[in-house]
Design a protein around this ligand. Structure first.
Ligand code: MG
Ligand code: MG
Ligand code: MG
Length: 305
């Protein structure tokens, strides 16, 4: 019976590439594994897959009775609905420890670095397995994406080291230029519906009694959102209601200026103001220097909820 490897719901590049790379490593180590995905491929990931000539993993959302490895998450809210009926063999992640538990011992590679693929690179090194060029290229892109080309406060020396070594394997010298090309692809938000935009990189968190959804769009120029705020709020409202969420936040992140416009829909907006020590105006506020949801947003919400 094959073991399935997958990342979080609404998968990002780290989740997709991480599943592919970890599956390759496990196969080299003699395990029977299959990389799968829990949701649609986003435009940035499509760009990466195309650049390195790779197929997207199959969609699979039910895992009852299956053996699984998880990549890039350990939160139930980002898991398949029947994760409690799956047998979790291992977790590779770089987020806060979530609320997933297991009934048997598991292999855990959880480290405070900027990207799951940095950890997977370290696993390849640990096992002394060579990384194929195409997979190395995709892993490099995943690291550039998650660390926002090293600008994110989550980025560490281990990420830059792993990324550089992966770039050497691929033979790409100006890998930061490729990273920038990727973010320009990511900045094309005009062809998607507002709902798709809010959900493109969206994560739910269970905080106390509250379910809080936080979306993020990282672009090279925030002016692309100038005439769509109202419609974004409408989409957020719908998503808030249908998921019975206490709060829906959307971070519009400018990776060049380095900061985020935070859009807020909440049953208690004063809690959000308290969390970030700000005053909301028209349900919005500019958060200077904020690039990272996991490091600069979630911990402050966790504290209050
Ligand atoms: Mg991720
Ligand atoms: Mg990640
Ligand atoms: Mg991200």
């Amino acid at each position: 019976m094959a073991t399935y490897i997958f990342g979080h719901t609404t998968p990002d590049s780290d989740s997709i590439v991480g599943a592919i790379a970890l599956s390759y490593l496990k196969q080299e180590l003699g395990e029977d594994t299959i990389a799968v995905r829990q949701g649609e491929i986003n435009p940035e990931t499509a760009f990466i897959l195309e650049r390195f000539n790779f197929q997207a993993p199959e969609l699979k959302t039910s895992f009852a009775g299956e053996d699984v490895y998880l990549v890039d998450f350990s939160d139930l809210a980002q898991s398949p609905a029947d994760i409690k009926e799956a047998n979790i063999l291992g977790i590779v992640d770089h987020h806060k420890l979530g609320d997933i538990t297991t009934s048997t011992p598991l292999e855990c590679w959880i480290r405070p670095v900027g990207c799951s693929n940095t950890i997977i690179k370290q696993m390849f090194d640990y096992h002394n397995i060579t990384i194929p060029k195409d997979i190395a290229g995709m892993m490099m892109c995943a690291i550039l994406s998650d660390t926002v080309i090293y600008k994110s406060p989550t980025s560490t020396k281990e990420d830059t080291k792993a990324c550089k070594e992966l770039a050497d394997i691929v033979g790409i010298e100006d890998f930061k230029a490729l990273g920038m090309e990727m973010f320009i692809v990511k900045s094309n938000v005009l062809s998607a519906t507002k709902r798709e935009l809010v959900l493109r990189d969206f994560k739910d968190f269970n905080m106390g009694q509250a379910k809080i959804g936080v979306g993020q769009l990282e672009v090279v120029d925030l002016s692309v959102f100038d005439n769509m705020k109202e419609e974004l709020f409408e989409a957020m409202q719908q998503i808030k209601e249908e998921g019975e969420r206490h709060t829906v936040l959307l971070l519009l992140t400018d990776i060049m200026v380095v900061g985020s416009q935070l859009l807020v829909l909440s049953d208690d907006g004063s809690k959000i103001e308290e969390a970030f020590n700000v005053k909301l105006e028209n349900n919005q506020v500019w958060l200077d220097k904020v690039l990272s949801r996991k490091k600069q947003i979630i911990p402050f919400l966790e504290k209050l909820f």
